[in-house]
Write a protein that binds this ligand. Structure first.
Ligand code: NAD
Ligand code: UDP
Length: 338
């Protein structure tokens, strides 16, 4: 019988793509999401891609009674925990909301799993736990100095899960530190559609390309990088999604706790992203170079070699493909799922 996987936050950007990868690998994803940052119409799109109707539970991961019921009703093999809040700036203005959802929600989920005897958990962590790194590529044992409440909420959950694993080594836990997820499923049916003005580079670039915004503001052109603009490790969301499947398969074989970077191992500058997007869309992307964004790190990228050695996983899709897939999604869905 196919294994059921509880996917919290499965209606969101990374979660929805991971549901596709799970279904392709023969798992049965069950989504639990309160839709605070997603749209229920993603389910219809997931149906179109996977050919099956995914079970959806609308609810909050902090709701202990709901979680107890969900685990009592379905024999889950594992949970992948995406549900959380992710805007760094909002976490500075409303830290309690971030600790409540990200830390409180994760503890609630882990408790419900313990009570139900489900001991495989894949957690969405972030490269923001490193803060400003001393050098790149960043290995997993680099210093952890998150610079925002968001980053600290991720680190707190990592630490709680390490302590949980030490207390009961039967757990199978993967702490996955994502670098910069971008792109969309190649069908153009699912993708990222932030509410309001995007903070992140790729959704902003997409909205400029489709004519919803005049031009991209590049935050700083005087960084100590080859072209002066900020450098990040952009990773295709389907590569990330497949990384979760690889982490699940690893957990099936071995009881362990692994902490792994999921990135490409290569940095790209803002201008390189702009040029790649122009190639993908076949149109010029208006931009202007403005001041640096407060709190931005000039450049960093991850060392994904441990993920490759442990999971046999590596990111395969290029920056050009990330841009082509983002563009296809944006062009076909300028208003997201609306
Ligand atoms: P997203 O906002 O698209 O998805 C998160 C989903 O969780 C949304 O569908 C939202 O409705 C849901 N959710 C939020 N709070 C909830 C709650 N209390 N109960 C139930 N559902 C809830 O974000 P994403 O980009 O898909 O990110 C998924 C995870 O990966 C998050 O934990 C995020 O912190 C982490 N992450 C994201 C990035 C990134 O750049 N996108 C980078 C590193 C880590
Ligand atoms: N960036 C930019 N203009 C934007 C958004 C982002 O120049 O409108 C830059 C930002 O300064 C950084 C890179 O793009 O160098 C990636 O930013 P993003 O917010 O996507 O990711 P993060 O900084 O959180 O890694």
């Amino acid at each position: 019988m196919s294994q059921r996987i509880l996917v919290t936050g499965g209606a969101g950007f990374i979660g929805s793509h991971t549901c596709v990868a799970l279904a392709a690998a023969g798992y049965v994803p069950v989504i639990l999401d309160n839709l605070c940052n997603s749209d229920v119409r993603v389910l219809e799109r997931l149906h179109q891609i996977t050919g099956s109707t995914l079970q959806f539970i609308q609810g909050d991961v902090r709701d202990a009674a709901l979680l107890a019921r969900v685990f009592a009703e379905t024999p889950f093999a594992a949970a992948i925990h995406f549900a959380g809040l992710k805007a760094v700036g909002d976490s500075v203005s409303d830290p309690l909301a971030y600790y409540d959802t990200n830390v409180g929600g994760s503890l609630m989920l882990a408790s419900a799993m313990r009570d139900a005897g489900v001991n495989t958990l894949i957690f969405s962590s972030s490269a923001t736990v490193y803060g400003e790194p001393e050098h790149s590529p960043i290995p997993e044992d680099a210093a952890l100095r998150p610079a925002s409440p968001y980053g600290r909420s991720k680190l707190m959950v990592e630490q709680a899960l390490v302590d949980l694993y030490r207390s009961q080594p039967g757990w199978r836990i993967a702490l996955l530190r994502y670098f910069n997820p971008v792109g969309a499923h190649e069908s153009g049916l699912i993708g990222e559609h932030p509410h309001g003005k995007p903070n992140n580079l790729m959704p902003f670039v997409c909205q400029v390309a489709v004519g919803q915004r005049d031009k991209l503001q590049i935050h700083g052109g005087d960084y100590p990088t080859p072209d002066g603009t900020g450098v990040r490790d952009y990773v295709h969301v389907m590569d990330l999604a497949e990384g979760h499947v690889a982490a699940l398969k690893h957990a099936e074989i071995q009881s362990s706790l692994v902490t792994l970077n999921l990135g490409t191992g290569q940095g790209a500058s803002v201008l390189e992203v702009v040029r790649a997007f122009e190639r993908a869309s076949g149109r010029p992307l208006p931009f202007e170079i403005g001041p640096r964004r407060p709190g931005d790190v000039p450049a960093y990228w991850g060392d994904p070699s441990l993920a490759q050695a442990t999971l046999g996983w590596r990111a395969r899709r290029s920056l050009d493909q990330m841009c082509a897939d983002s563009w296809r999604w944006q062009q076909r869905n300028p208003e997201g799922y609306r």
